[in-house]
Design a protein around this ligand. Structure first.
Ligand SMILES: [Zn+2]
Length: 72
């Protein structure tokens, strides 16, 4: 019985160490460099430029808004 309890304690310690090392591996502050932002020509939403749907001159937030076109 004592061996069984010892086994549980070891598992708990290993689990805690793994959790702690995972937290250290992922710094919470600034995980990504700041992204270039752009604005949807239809609805005016600001969003990351990498996610934009583009036509010839303008950026849109989604395919639907690209189809609808720029709103004046
Ligand atoms: Zn939009």
């Amino acid at each position: 019985m004592a061996k069984f309890l010892l086994f549980i304690v070891i598992l708990a310690v290993v689990y805690a160490l793994v959790r702690a090392s995972n937290r250290r591996g992922k710094p919470p502050a600034a995980p990504r460099p700041p992204e270039a932002m752009t604005q949807c020509a239809h609805c005016g939403l600001h969003f990351p430029s990498a996610e934009s749907v583009r036509d010839a001159q303008r950026d849109y937030c989604c395919e639907d808004h690209r189809r609808l076109g720029a709103r004046s």
